[in-house]
Design a protein around this ligand. Structure first.
Ligand SMILES: Cc1cc2nc3c(=O)[nH]c(=O)nc-3n(C[C@H](O)[C@H](O)[C@H](O)COP(=O)(O)O)c2cc1C
Ligand code: SF4
Length: 816
């Protein structure tokens, strides 16, 4: 229509021009009239909305990108498709119900994605756009009220989206993510990405503070968190503290949840060696990969947060790595992170930082701004530096999404079943143990020259086993084939540097390899002593023929799967075996072969005390110990058995009646009672010993005397036989070792090997030897051939000397 009109006007103008003889003035009049006409036409077109003219460039961009999510065609010509109450701008809003503010999801998809795209374009964003963006961000959380139809699929990133200020790069990335997610919403009607929780919901939630701890720092931190949260008066329920290491059933909390109001806080250390936390993390991972159970069980939670404790200085590469892993898996299981993962280095004012973190957490909970999370995120995490590289698991139903680290499901499966070395050469634990004087043999065994070996080489005394059983300390090798242990005894001298585990799950070295290398390492350490003053040449020469092996040192030797074979190899070399086990592995104790002397540690007489002293990993630690005692009485009754009691004042010296019950149950040959020795206090540890917990010799003797009296009153034929007062050690023996009125607690080693090599069955009664006079109870037990150095006297002597020197110096000064 318009073009026909224009042609007619043009033809008329040309006619008039020709009629007037083609004069210039006439031509000018025609041109001006035409211009006025066109301008009028343009105005009409603009009013009808067909042509953008004065729209700012930013908004133009948005409109160009606008895509109709309802797929019914696009918004040209001022038309509005699928609208219910019309759009905000007359310029053509499609899919909107109440403008951009609420309602239709697909409308939101477009708006938010576009707004974020605007931000990503950089400087052009206006204040108004920003405001609009914020409104939209808040607004789409209305979706929360909508019902979900099926389970969302978490992908790979774990970052929460909070309404905190973010860098452009992050925002751009989120824009991308949200576009993907909202597209999903539009496609299948699911609500996948956003949730809000109000502070009221948090205040009425059931808060569970979980912790795992080997040395106590995380317990203290967890207690601090509980204390801080408990001080919030608005909080309706007091937080519950739960030790993850003692959870009978992890699924009770991490597959099921106690209530839908639950909010989880996890306070976790990290260990680069095996520790109970490994088990917990493994369960989380397994739950995620278990097709039989809900893959996102933790979305029922109100939320969660993790506080990691670690040591950044010693483990820079692995700082808080297990806390990060937990955070990762919780998020994978559908839980929503409510508060950022805390990473605290305990070395530098750790507990203060815990206070700060807890206070901030409390503040966040009180904040009445709704919190926005995202728990369903995109696979595209290529530039996410905080990503855990081992957690990218491909989605169920989607064939093998290879993550950007290049790992496939197969790799991951391999990783999770990969057998680790207990103490890898490049691990900080290796360095730590080496620093403490251990020689690591292979990847799980260790030797160390004990101070009694050194003392005997210098004629300064022998260890208590010399007095009680006749072992030569200078020919004794102290070894463990398992540096890992299943308990965390308060008196243990390893100071938490060793791995802790219930079961053997490492690469296993061959027993022959261990023995050969252990002997080599032991001899190399002995050799280093050749220049030490006072070494007795004869003893030094014999020290290169190890005669005894004390299988104790640190760790739990019976954990090593080839322990029986290892002992056989020792015996083949005519090295006797003194095996000390912690009474936590009845299955291995039952099957152990012949040992020269077999110990079980009885560190406390009752279940409660044993838990306090040994801090065992096993939940059924008491039942395990009882089973071990039964084995001592039955299957292993042919062995020379010893109960080792380590007395710790304030922990396990009170209840001799219960100790007597245990003796009655196992009927060992001997009961070796030894006061605990002070080995310093482990940093950050709870229950670590102080000098107050170390009993004096007199206290040990008093204990033993009452104990034996009680045993005898029950008809149990035990007596006090020998002692080594230097070690606060007293030996109680069954009266069958008193032959013709003389104690025979010593061992005839030659006879032991003779019997062993005969292949005939034999018992402890076949290799007895008489206890020498000096070792009998009351005689001190200091082996002849040595000169005793009493350190206290020496210290006193030095002190007096220093004082004397000071007085002399003063005298000199004053007279000078
Ligand atoms: C054997 C050993 C290994 C450790 N490995 C790590 C580690 O890999 N990463 C880390 O951040 N901290 C590591 N630490 C430090 C502990 O995580 C830190 O001391 C923590 O506070 C211990 O908590 P807990 O006392 O509750 O057991 C290690 C400590 C020890 C003794
Ligand atoms: S038995 Fe133990 S303390 Fe005694 S010498 Fe051997 S390793 Fe040392």
């Amino acid at each position: 229509m318009v073009s026909v009109g224009i042609s007619a006007v043009l033809a008329a103008a040309v006619g008039v021009y020709l009629y007037f003889g083609g004069r210039i003035s006439i031509a000018i009049v025609i041109i001006v009239s035409y211009a006025v006409f066109c301008s009028e036409q343009n105005k009409q077109v603009e009013d009808s909305g067909d042509k953008p003219s004065d729209v700012p460039p930013v908004v133009q961009k948005r409109k160009e990108k606008h895509v109709c999510a309802c797929k019914s065609g696009g918004g040209g010509g001022g038309g509005s498709c699928c609208s219910s109450k019309g759009g905000k701008s007359g310029g053509g809003s499609c899919c909107s119900s109440k403008g951009a503010k609420s309602g239709d999801l697909s409308g939101k998809k477009v708006s938010i994605a576009d707004e974020l795209e605007i931000e990503s374009l950089g400087e052009q964003i206006s204040e108004e756009n920003k405001k609009q963006l914020e409104e939209l961000t808040i607004d789409f959380t209305d979706m929360f009220t909508k019902e979900k139809k099926s389970t969302p699929k978490p992908l790979s990133s774990t970052k929460s989206t909070k309404r905190f200020t973010k860098g452009k790069r992050t925002l751009k990335k989120e824009a991308k993510q949200q576009t993907v997610e909202f597209a999903n919403i539009a496609d299948d009607g699911l609500i996948k990405s956003a949730f809000t929780v109000s502070n009221e919901k948090l205040m009425s939630s059931d808060i569970y503070v979980f912790y795992s701890s080997l040395q106590g720092a995380s317990v203290s931190a967890a207690e601090k968190v509980v204390k801080e949260l408990s001080s919030i008066k608005e909080l309706q329920n007091s937080p519950t503290l739960i030790n993850l290491d003692e959870l009978d059933d992890v699924d009770q909390y991490f597959l099921d949840v106690p209530t839908e109001q639950s909010f989880y806080i996890l306070v976790l250390p990290s260990y680069d060696v095996d520790c109970p936390l490994d088990y917990f993390l493994q369960i989380l991972e397994e739950t995620y990969n278990d097709f039989r159970v809900d893959r996102y069980p933790l979305r029922k939670l109100v939320g969660y947060t993790v506080l990691g404790l670690g040591d950044r200085e010693s483990y820079p590469e692995k700082f808080c790595y297990q806390a990060k892993k937990a955070d990762f898996w919780l998020s994978r299981l559908g839980a929503r992170r409510m508060f950022p993962l805390g990473e605290i280095c305990v070395k530098f004012s750790g507990l203060e930082k815990v206070d700060k973190w807890s206070r901030l957490l409390g503040k966040m909970m009180l904040d009445d701004e709704p919190i926005l999370y995202e728990y369903d995120e995109t696979v595209d995490n290529s530039d996410d530096e905080e990503e855990e590289d081992n957690g990218n698991v491909s989605d169920e139903g989607v064939v093998d999404v290879e993550d950007l680290t290049g790992k496939t499901d197969d790799d991951l499966a391999k990783n999770s079943t990969e057998v680790k070395q207990m103490i890898a050469k490049n691990s900080p634990t290796y360095k730590n143990l080496t620093k403490q004087g251990y020689k690591i043999v292979g990847s799980h065994s260790g030797v160390k020259v004990c101070r009694w070996t050194k003392n005997e080489l210098r004629g300064k005394g022998s260890c208590y086993k010399k007095s009680l059983f006749n072992i030569a300390s200078s020919r004794c090798m102290e070894l463990t084939p398992s540096l890992a242990c299943s308990s965390k005894c308060v008196f243990c001298w390893r100071h938490g540097t060793n791995p802790v585990s219930k079961n053997w799950r490492w690469e296993t070295d061959d027993p022959q390899f261990i023995l050969e290398n252990a002997l080599e390492a032991h001899y190399s350490m002995i050799k280093q002593m050749r220049g030490v003053p006072g070494i007795i040449a004869d003893r030094f020469a014999k020290a290169f023929q190890v005669a005894h092996c004390a299988l104790s040192l640190v760790g739990e030797p019976i954990l090593y799967p080839h322990i029986t074979r290892f002992i056989e190899l020792l015996h083949q070399k005519h090295i006797t075996s003194f095996l000390v086990c912690n009474a936590q592995h009845p299955e291995s104790l039952r099957t152990i072969g012949k040992v020269t002397q077999l110990y079980v540690s009885i560190d406390a007489p009752t279940k409660g005390e044993l838990q306090k002293v040994d801090r065992p990993l096993y939940k059924d630690f008491w039942e395990r110990m009882m089973e071990c005692l039964d084995i001592i009485k039955t299957v292993q009754s042919h062995q020379r058995t010893v109960y080792r009691l380590t007395l710790v004042k304030g922990f396990n010296m009170g209840d001799i009646i219960s100790y007597a019950d245990l003796v009655e149950r196992g009927l060992p040959c001997f009961i070796e009672v030894k006061g605990a020795t002070f080995s310093g206090t482990a940093k950050d540890s709870v229950n670590a010993l102080t000098m107050q917990n170390i009993p004096y010799l007199e206290e040990c003797k008093k204990f033993v005397e009452s104990f034996v009296a009680l045993l005898q009153s029950r008809g149990l034929k035990y007596e006090i036989a020998a002692e080594h007062s230097h070690s606060n050690c007293v030996l109680i023996a069954h009266e069958k070792f008193k032959i013709d009125g003389e104690w025979h607690t010593h061992i005839d080693f030659d006879k032991f090997f003779e019997k062993l090599e005969s292949g005939e069955p034999f018992t402890y009664m076949d290799y007895l030897s008489k206890t020498p006079e000096w070792a009998l109870y009351g005689n001190g037990g200091f082996a002849p051939g040595n000169v005793r150095v009493i350190r206290k006297d020496k210290k006193l002597e030095n002190k007096l000397l220093r004082e004397q020197q000071a007085v002399t110096a003063q005298g000199v000064t004053s007279t000078a």
